[in-house]
Design a protein around this ligand. Structure first.
Ligand SMILES: Cc1cc2nc3c(=O)[nH]c(=O)nc-3n(C[C@H](O)[C@H](O)[C@H](O)COP(=O)(O)O)c2cc1C
Length: 169
């Protein structure tokens, strides 16, 4: 098992390769909670490497992050954790501890108080929130607004966070 610190080009490649398939975004309020995320970016801003997660306001995760500004991203290298992802993407922490309910294991992180998803075959990013950018609906291209938000609203906000540690397990 390798816990070597990764360079931005290494964890950036892992993230871009797998984000469409889904990654775990884990946060911690009263208990540890994780959601399936498949909209996100990695980049450089404010002289820091940042991960931006796009999260709808209705998610329990949004409520947690407003009060506890840290999260981890656990990127599976292949499809072996699809069942866990499915559990995290179809149930809400609002209804109770889904990780305990589905036997999803976590392990302590190195730099933040929120754990990572436990297991082999992950790249992990430990993140400290720098900005929650509310999305102004009038700023969106009309095609995007029509396709994703006209009927349901609940527009994804941008959670911009500094990456303070990155490694593989
Ligand atoms: C394939 C898939 C991808 C998803 N991607 C996102 C996403 O990028 N952003 C988001 O806000 N919700 C996304 N979700 C929905 C959340 O994972 C889901 O609503 C989850 O239950 C939220 O958990 P929470 O209420 O405990 O935060 C996705 C769900 C699935 C099934």
């Amino acid at each position: 098992m390798s816990m070597d610190t990764l360079l931005p080009e290494e964890y950036g490649a892992d993230f871009v390769k797998r984000i469409r398939h889904g990654v775990f975004l884990t946060s911690k309020g009263e208990f540890v909670n994780s959601m399936w995320l498949n909209w996100g970016t990695i980049g450089y801003r404010w002289r820091r490497y940042c991960c931006t997660a796009f999260i709808r306001p209705s998610r329990y995760t949004a409520e947690i992050l407003a009060a506890h500004p840290e999260f981890t991203i656990s990127i599976p290298h292949d499809d072996r954790y699809q069942e866990w992802l499915h559990s995290c993407g179809t149930t809400s922490g609002r209804d109770g501890d889904k990780l305990a309910a589905h036997g999803i294991r976590t392990a302590p992180a190195q730099e933040v108080g929120v754990p990572i998803i436990a297991g082999e075959g992950f790249t992990h990013l430990e993140c400290r929130l720098l900005q929650i950018a509310k999305t102004d609906p009038t700023s969106l291209h009309a095609d995007i607004f029509d396709k994703f938000y006209r009927e349901k609203g609940n527009i994804h906000d941008a959670y911009v966070a500094e990456i303070v540690a990155a490694y593989r397990t």
